[in-house]
Design a protein around this ligand. Structure first.
Ligand code: 1HN
Length: 352
């Protein structure tokens, strides 16, 4: 096959003949690819992109006419990075999708190696059940489905309910460690514990003495928005604004103060009206959703204008700035926790 030289070395016919010959033994010369493999700085293949919720909403409702939640198993429209069409990826490691469930519908129980987060976008009256406990979901709540826990969803309300699903799916795929099973039934699982049980045990700044909890994921599986919003509201009265983040918090596991999930880092931040963050970049490609407010993010020569429920993605090591034209709240998730745990996370804060 005719291919353009990838480096200055391989114009040499003797080398080319050698490469072809060793290729038959499933060998290849590192020196031809080294500079592509090890770049001086991250070269993200993904692009920044914004999904405007208002323009997606009709598609979410149209999907409801085409397929039931039961038949779909999960009625999710995948947010695909424009540079990775067909790969079900918003970043190289993460999945994002918008799930819709109609009144009376059930998304049947299953479990899988992939961990999920739900960030509730709109509606009321739907629950998710995780590992035997149901929690009602409200807009702005951050809900966790840890790896290999049974989960189902049901809408007992009167209108459609929509949430953002974030999964560590492509990490599991990379490691070829995916398992999945159903219960053999389409019916919702019977709860084993009363609603609010885990929040009472682990979410009230107390822990059971001799707590027996050995998962790497937070035992609090619903971080309600009214609590996190109230905290931000109280803090904004006296806190100095961080020039790169405004007022930004990570969700934590109360057992150890670590990120709430072992594979996905989650954050919430408040930007006051008129605030402009200074340039910032980090190695973790990040998915943002605007919860409240209005603003714009400058990244790679693009301006992403966001408002409530809009979702956008910032690639690894792309310098960006947020500007809030109204007081804004952003929720975000990334694989930063993995970068940190494995020791390769980096960030750069710019002086302007
Ligand atoms: C999944 O199980 C859910 O449980 C949502 O709601 C989205 C995307 C890919 C694979 C499994 C859910 C999913 C998913």
């Amino acid at each position: 096959m005719d291919s353009a030289p990838t480096s200055k070395h391989n114009v040499d016919p003797a080398r080319q003949e050698f490469y072809a010959r060793i290729g038959k033994s499933n060998l290849a010369p590192l020196w031809e690819v080294l500079h592509k493999l090890i770049t001086a700085t991250p070269e993200s293949v993904i692009v920044p992109h914004l999904w405007q919720y208002e323009s997606l909403k009709p598609f979410l409702l149209e999907a409801c006419e085409l397929i039931t939640a039961k038949e779909a198993e999960r009625r999710v429209l995948i947010l695909e990075n424009p540079s990775l069409k067909g790969e079900s990826k918003i970043t190289r490691s993460l999945f994002a999708g918008l799930q819709t469930i109609l009144p009376g519908e059930i998304a049947p129980p299953h479990r899988h190696s992939q961990a999920a987060l739900r960030f509730i976008v709109e509606g009321q009256g739907a629950y998710t059940a995780v590992d035997g406990e149901r929690t009602m979901m409200h807009p702005g709540d951050f809900v966790i489905t840890p790896s290999w826990t049974w989960h189902d969803h049901g809408n007992t309300g009167t209108g459609p309910m929509v949430w953002l699903d974030g999964l560590d799916m492509h990490m599991i795929k990379l490691f070829e460690a995916s398992f999945r099973e159903g219960t053999g039934s389409d019916e919702a699982m019977e709860p084993e514990r009363p609603e609010g049980d885990s929040y009472a045990r682990y979410g009230a700044n107390m822990l059971p003495v001799e707590a027996e909890y050995d998962r790497p994921t937070s035992p609090v599986f619903n971080y309600p928005y009214d609590r996190s919003r109230e905290a931000l509201e109280t803090m904004k009265r006296r806190d100095k604004w961080n020039p790169w983040h405004g007022l930004k918090f990570k969700y934590i596991n109360p057992m150890n103060g670590d990120y709430a999930m072992p594979t996905i880092a989650t954050f919430i931040q408040l930007l006051p009206r008129g605030f402009k963050t200074q340039g910032y970049r980090s190695t973790d490609s990040t998915v943002f959703i605007c919860v409240e407010g209005k603003g714009r993010t400058q990244v790679a020569g693009k301006t992403l204008d966001w408002g409530p429920k809009d979702i956008f993605v910032i690639p690894s090591w792309e310098k960006h700035r947020h500007e809030a034209t109204e007081e804004s709240v952003l929720f975000s998730y990334s694989d930063r926790v993995v970068h940190e745990k494995l020791g390769f996370w980096r960030e750069q804060k710019f002086p302007n």
